[in-house]
Design a protein around this ligand. Structure first.
Ligand code: FDA
Length: 308
């Protein structure tokens, strides 16, 4: 029951004030987040690339309801992408973008605002020589996000989409996106969703993940297998052998701070492994979703608090 409680807390302003003011939260944040400034993101990216991993950088922030804030997020991504190019890191590092951070939920013309900001970010990524993957948020945003990704792909065909196997609709979305050149990140899904749209039981989410993985691996798309689940990793490996996919035809993706030994082991075996690296001051929602995925992380948090 802890997971749903933490996911509910991830959207509570009161709990947010409590958690973000607790000094011990910083210790846990440091495990999952590179730091707050561009320098911290660039340093962590350089380290990860140096150890044979690729990177996708997420500037933390979501649910923006202020046009000025959305504009600041766009400017921050543009600055970051230019920095990656100047530092010679763009070949190994792309960015991940949440449309709600660039205004998707603004009343009235939010979708157009998000599309314009995302377009500017994609144009900068193209000049820098790298790519953008558009994160997927809760189920109410899926139609809007897939439609914006479709519009972006008209100009930037390399834009990546994310699909969540927890949603009942996803197998159909997966078939629609399983076309040549389409970069698709498959995840299980990190949001609290109603059973009308999502599978309530974890084993059904896992089974759906396996079905979607089969569709993507058998297709001409470029699958981005984003999971830490050993069974899904073994299945991806078996499907890659069956369909003759090498490291240039698909990649594994994992979160910064989650199963780091497995990340290095996979990369050492010759696979392409990309690490999702969040940075920035707005870490609260991201941290709560990571805690919800694994109660042991909460115990780690509590132990650190008690040992101070
Ligand atoms: P599962 O939850 O079954 O975990 C398998 C094992 O992995 C666990 O037993 C544990 O060992 C380890 N593990 C998993 N999570 C952990 C954690 N937080 N801390 C420590 N160990 C952990 N979601 C979304 O809704 N939209 C998105 O855009 C993205 N983007 C994204 C990008 C990338 C690169 C990744 C890897 C994940 C996402 N996610 C996401 C999150 C995703 O939906 C999912 O919540 C997590 O990846 C956890 O699911 P697993 O597939 O790892 O399996």
């Amino acid at each position: 029951m802890l997971g749903p409680t933490l996911l509910a807390a991830s959207r509570s302003a009161r709990v947010k004030r409590l958690v973000t003011s607790a000094p011990v939260a910083r210790q846990l944040v440091a495990r999952f987040v590179a730091g707050e400034a561009d320098d911290a993101a660039a340093d962590a990216t350089r380290r990860l690339i140096g150890s044979g991993l690729a990177v996708t950088i997420d500037r933390l922030g979501e649910d923006v309801l202020d046009a000025g804030h959305a504009q600041e997020t766009q400017a921050a991504y543009v600055r970051l992408l230019n920095r990656l190019a100047e530092d010679g890191l763009a070949a190994g590092a792309e960015v991940s973008l949440k449309l709600s951070a660039v205004g998707q939920a603004l009343p009235g013309d939010g979708e157009r605002v998000a599309l314009d900001h995302a377009r500017a970010i994609c144009a900068t990524a193209q000049r820098a020589g790298t790519t953008v993957t558009v994160d997927m948020e809760d189920h109410t945003t899926v139609d809007s996000t897939l439609s914006i990704v479709g519009e972006l792909r008209a100009d930037f065909p390399w834009v990546g989409a994310v699909l969540q196997s927890c949603l009942r609709r996803t197998e159909a979305d997966c078939r629609a996106l399983a076309v040549a050149g389409s970069r698709v990140r498959l995840v299980k899904g990190a949001y609290a969703e109603p059973s009308s749209v999502a599978y309530p039981a974890k084993h059904d989410v896992d089974r759906a993940y396996a079905r979607c993985l089969r569709i993507l691996m058998a297709s001409p798309a470029y699958p981005m297998v984003a999971t830490h689940d050993p069974r899904m990793l073994r299945l991806a490996d078996a499907l890659a052998s069956r369909y003759g996919r090498g490291p240039e035809n698909f990649e594994y993706q994992m979160l910064y701070g989650v199963r780091p030994r497995e990340q290095r082991k996979l990369a050492a075996s010759g696979a392409r492994v990309r690490i999702y690296l969040p940075y920035g001051a707005d870490w609260y929602g991201y941290l709560m979703r990571r805690l919800a995925e694994r109660p042991a992380n909460v115990a780690f948090f509590a132990r650190s608090a008690l040992s101070r």
